[in-house]
Design a protein. Structure first.
Length: 529
């Protein structure tokens, strides 16, 4: 008889590229539950535009791809992770094709596009909507697999560990499953031999982000509360070309546009990137984002422009139809006019410290995809290396957990909601959301200083305390859980940035403009919080 609300061999939290690939692999070995807090299409994976990097051309080599990744990572990449992940590029792209992903072709070969800081064309893509094509190909076998149960619009609240059960188990700590909030606002438990967090990034910690609403750092917060160290969280990648849209949310204008020849200009049509880097618009993303930010501040304007007219109408229509149509709906025709752009928070290079198989400090708890930090990206990520990392990690993680000995599943306690009072006003939650995002944008953005970080930390500590007391006194909701996680992750980002007394890659400080001779990871551990 089942002792818990649900029992599975493998519990996967998150259904982006990392979670779906892991689910497909693990369904061959046991019963899988995969949960996501929104629709399947609400993930960074579905939003990915440019493509997935891999060496597919005889004139290119894995060594070149590794060298580009290391150069962009500014001395902080972990060479073993880089070799393992980058070396798998071709095989992973071929496997995606077997899953049914339709990449653009040119004759018999894949059409490979170029993105910034890649020394060769090596980005396989499905027009300008690669993530959707990959996601749909990975999702189809998941929904039809009798070994996989999907819990859509269900939200993981926290993972459950042996420690939480008050020393129930002897020996090292172990993850036993998770508490999950369902559509009716009820919390139930899912017991699993292995729990895999694939919850994506934390772009929502900033006011302007290319990320979907689900990107609230839940996996990082859950893993931290369970006792996992986090690494290099100060390295937030801002994408230089997101639509400037004061009336609504921003959206990405893929780097492949610049790869194919689009230029960055000011309102007078003056190109400014050659003043900053000899690679112009194809300099690494940290340099381009800082240049756009600097030009905006220097000129006192709200945005710069991305001018794609040189690509010609045919190429824009054939390669970038989705971006073209979305902009047309907003009254912007990029075939005829430059598009206003600003940098926006895009990708979290740091995350929970893991190896390439997603192993953490806690047995039975694994972290994969953007939530993890393997050291692949170092201090700055090379474009289109992220989907690749998600898939390689998912594959390695599935390979590892499926060969682990069976353990018996203990009885997990029910969620205790006694003592909570009905919510009377939500204004506090709204206020805290806004304060966190404004504080992070104003004080912990592209350019940082000691004083700004100190201010941010003071404010965030107060907000986190307020949220903590509210959290334990009121019924939980998705909004409240996300806010709690976001506030914790924001504070971890600030603390990480305060530890880095140098400028390297994405972390630029006016007080510490120099790069130190030795590159060191920033690791924060909950034991020393
Ligand atoms: P995601 O795809 O973000 O999925 C996270 C999942 O976790 C979602 O299903 C979400 O619902 C779920 N989730 C989160 N919290 C919870 C919770 N508490 N409970 C239940 N479920 C939860 N990378 C590239 O390599 N190439 C590109 O071209 C590219 N373009 C990009 C364009 C955009 C606009 C963005 C935002 C990112 C882009 N990236 C690109 C980065 C890349 O898309 C992401 O890093 C990658 O898709 C992350 O995949 P993931 O599986 O880790 O997480
Ligand atoms: C883009 O298409 O510009 C995003 C690519 C990436 O973030 O890897």
């Amino acid at each position: 008889m089942m002792k818990n609300n649900h029992e599975f061999d493998y519990l996967i939290i998150g259904s982006g590229a990392a979670g779906l690939f892991a689910a497909n692999k693990l369904a061959e070995h046991g019963r899988v539950a995969i949960i996501n807090k929104g629709e399947f299409s609400e993930s960074s994976t579905w939003y990915a535009q440019g493509g997935i990097a891999g060496v597919m051309d005889a004139a290119d080599s894995v060594e070149n791809h590794i060298a580009d990744t290391l150069r962009v990572g500014c001395g902080l990449c972990h060479a073993d992770a880089v070799e393992e992940i980058i070396g798998s590029g071709r095989r992973i792209i071929e496997e995606l094709i077997e899953y049914g992903t339709i990449f653009d072709t040119e004759g018999e070969k894949l059409h490979l596009t170029r993105e910034a800081a890649h020394s060769h064309r090596r980005i396989a893509h499905a027009k300008d909507a690669t993530g959707k094509a990959v996601g749909e190909a990975l999702l189809a076998p998941v929904v039809n697999n009798p070994n996989i149960t999907c819990f859509q619009k269900h939200m993981a609240v926290d993972v459950i560990t042996a420690r939480h059960l008050g020393g129930y188990m002897q020996g090292p700590n172990r993850c036993l499953g998770a508490y999950v909030l369902n559509l009716d606002g009820k919390v139930f438990n899912i017991a699993a031999r292995h729990t895999i967090l694939a919850t994506g990034g934390a772009g929502k910690v900033y006011r302007y982000t290319s990320n979907p609403h689900v990107a609230t750092g839940d996996g990082i917060a859950m893993a931290w509360r369970a006792g996992c160290p986090v690494m290099n969280l100060e390295f937030i990648q801002f994408h230089p070309t997101c639509l400037y849209n004061p009336q609504g949310s921003t959206q990405l204008l893929t780097e492949a546009l610049r790869g194919e020849g689009a230029l960055l200009t000011d309102a007078q049509g003056r190109r400014f990137m050659p003043d900053y880097d000899s690679n112009g618009e194809l300099a690494p993303r940290d340099i381009v984002a800082r240049a756009v930010d600097h030009e905006m501040k220097k000129l006192g304007c709200d945005h710069m422009y991305l001018d794609a007219r040189a690509l010609g109408k045919k190429k824009i229509e054939a390669h970038f139809p989705n971006i073209l149509n979305r902009l047309l709906k907003l009254g912007i025709d990029m075939r005829e006019q430059p598009v206003p752009v600003v940098p926006a928070a895009h990708y979290l290079c740091g995350g929970v410290q893991t190896d390439v198989a997603g192993r953490t400090a806690i047995n039975g708890l694994h972290i994969i995809g953007e939530t993890a930090c393997t050291g692949l990206h170092g201090a700055n990520r090379l474009a289109s290396n992220s989907l690749l990392e998600c898939l390689v990690m998912a594959e390695r993680c599935a390979g590892f957990v499926s060969t682990q000995p069976e353990i018996s599943q203990p009885h997990l306690p029910e969620w205790d909601a006694s003592g909570v009072k009905p919510e009377t006003e939500r204004v506090q939650i709204k206020q805290n959301w806004e304060e966190i995002r404004t504080t992070m944008s104003n004080y912990v953005g592209i350019v940082r200083s000691d004083e700004r970080l100190r201010r941010a930390r003071r404010r965030l500590a107060i907000i986190r305390e307020e949220i903590a007391s509210y959290y334990w006194q009121h019924p939980i909701s998705r909004n409240l859980i996300e806010l709690r996680n976001l506030s914790l992750v924001a504070e971890l980002i600030v603390r990480s940035a305060q530890q880095r007394m140098e400028s390297r890659g994405l972390n630029y400080s006016t007080d510490h403009p120099q790069t130190l001779p030795e590159a060191k990871d920033t690791v924060l551990s909950p034991d020393f919080w």
